[in-house]
Design a protein around this ligand. Structure first.
Ligand SMILES: [Zn+2]
Length: 338
């Protein structure tokens, strides 16, 4: 640890639970934040400040004005430019702490890339907004014996839980399958910025604890910031009949449960079935006669009212203005190509 590190992290080194040994462990660790929305952007900021040595930020989406109310790392210029969230986050994080390594990844976490994107990580933080991704993280983490911290927030209600394989219950011990009925989302029920900060803060505290070598808290915390109610229950241990940590079945990792196209909230469909590198500059030239186009090295936006297509360099696209998968697919083939 350098003298500068000492000074920067002095207040948490003084804290008994961390000390110099704990700080060195944080500096040696690599944390991965999956999903850089309200939870993830808070997590990333807090972990960068705490001095986690390598920080990978994975997100599939771009910054919008409706994010700014609760997504702490982003500002108006990020939304105006429509920057991918992981890129905008990396810009801010490097200004917060230039001595650590920030690795932004513009991608949707899928069974096809999870092995590459989560490899060599010490711990995973859940900043995702959907169960498909959380069950994928759980399968990967349990099968690779990695800790991860589950967190979710909608309206004024949220939950946080650490998962440490072999020590605590995993997500599938408690919920063997994702909810089958439609769940309230931030797009339908709204969400409070104070809630997401609180849930993310609990997740980060747990992450730092585990990264420093301490035992997980073994607590499931649920809270409602509007009524002021906070509840904690003891987290059970691993369940023998759990399909993941007990029976070692990992269907999410194999992609058996994955739809080729998914709704991603807010009146939009994500097309992620055609992964291949795209030349965005070339595509911009092709689309310019057809409507307003804006492109940078990470993403291209093309307006064809009432739709807005955002195309990423990996061939993925988010079609805004519809929840109809057929419409989204046909716009994709018409403008981007099959
Ligand atoms: Zn389990």
């Amino acid at each position: 640890m350098t003298d500068k590190d000492w000074e920067r992290y002095s207040r948490q080194i003084l804290f008994q639970g961390i000390g110099e040994t704990g700080q060195q462990r944080l500096l040696d660790a690599r944390a991965v934040v999956v999903g850089c929305g309200a939870l993830g952007s808070f997590q990333a900021g807090a972990l960068a400040r705490a001095g986690v040595g390598r920080l990978r930020i994975i997100d599939r989406d771009y910054v919008e004005f409706s994010n700014l109310q609760r997504q702490w790392l982003f500002d108006e210029s990020d939304a105006e430019q429509g920057l991918p969230k992981s890129i905008a986050a990396a810009n801010k994080l490097r200004a917060i702490n230039s001595s650590i390594r920030i690795e932004p990844v513009v991608a949707d976490l899928t069974p096809g890339n999870v092995g590459d994107l989560l490899a060599e990580s010490s711990l995973i933080l859940d900043g995702a907004d959907n169960f498909e991704t959380r069950y994928l993280i759980n399968d990967y983490a349990v099968s690779n014996d990695l800790p991860w911290i589950y967190g979710a927030a909608v309206a004024s209600y949220g939950i946080s839980m650490p998962v440490v394989p072999g020590k605590t219950a995993c997500l599938r011990c408690l919920y063997p399958d994702p909810p089958s009925a439609a769940q309230p989302t931030c797009e339908t029920a709204g969400v409070l910025g104070s809630l997401t900060a609180l849930i993310a803060s609990l997740q980060v505290s747990e992450a730092i604890r585990i990264l420093c070598g301490a035992e997980p808290s073994r607590k499931i915390t649920t809270l409602d910031v509007w009524t002021g109610e906070i509840r904690q229950i003891s987290q059970p241990g691993p369940q023998a009949l759990c399909p993941a940590c007990g029976l070692r079945e990992f269907p999410y990792l194999k992609g058996e449960k994955r739809a080729p196209v998914s709704l991603c909230g807010r009146n939009a469909v994500q097309i992620h079935e055609r992964a291949r590198p795209l030349d965005l500059q070339e595509l911009a030239i092709r689309l310019t006669p057809l409507g307003p186009v804006r492109a940078n090295e990470f993403a291209l936006r093309f307006e064809t009212p009432p739709y807005l297509l955002t195309v990423f360099a990996d061939g993925r696209a988010i079609v805004k203005g519809t929840t109809d998968i057929g419409v989204a697919r046909s716009l994709y083939s018409r403008y981007i190509g099959a």
